[in-house]
Design a binder for this molecule. Structure first.
Ligand SMILES: [Zn+2]
Length: 149
């Protein structure tokens, strides 16, 4: 992992020029603040990233939250597409995954490990409330807390 002090402006400029990438994706890839990438882009006079494409990328989380409708008792309903058996599905730029994974990623800021299941306290089928979803890591943590085996 590189730190921001080790990343040179030249490297940032090279990344910016290499493909149709947004400031944000370069910032993430190099681990530098977005503002620094934007600064380099402007200083080097590099063309601004295509507006339409960036808007799509920026609204990924929005696309998820727009389809999550909070309902009673802290549960949430998925208003988007579903798989044939009813599992909430997020279809985004040609890629489909369960809405559970997308919601989980937003809520916890990391990829879910293993299967996602509902916490025992959630009795609502197909609930997409972030705090009601558990991956393997969260399940194990909860079992430890509960003192079970
Ligand atoms: Zn729930």
């Amino acid at each position: 992992m590189t730190t921001s002090t080790e990343v040179t402006d030249v490297e940032i400029a090279r990344q910016l020029a290499s493909a149709d990438v947004s400031n944000l994706s370069v910032a993430k890839r190099l681990g530098v603040p977005w503002g620094r990438v934007d600064e380099v882009r402007q200083r080097k006079g590099l063309e601004t990233f295509q507006r339409g494409r960036r808007a799509v990328e920026a609204s990924w989380e929005e696309a998820v939250s727009r389809r999550v409708k909070p309902v009673e008792d802290g549960h949430a309903e998925w208003t988007g597409q579903t798989y044939p058996r009813g599992t909430p599905m997020l279809s985004w730029r040609g890629r489909a995954e369960t809405a559970y994974r997308a919601v989980f990623r937003i809520r916890h800021g990391r990829e879910p490990q293993g299967n996602i299941t509902h916490a025992p306290s959630c009795v609502r089928e197909f609930c997409v409330a972030g705090e009601h979803l558990e991956d393997r890591v969260l399940r194990e943590e909860r079992r430890c807390r509960e003192g079970g085996s």
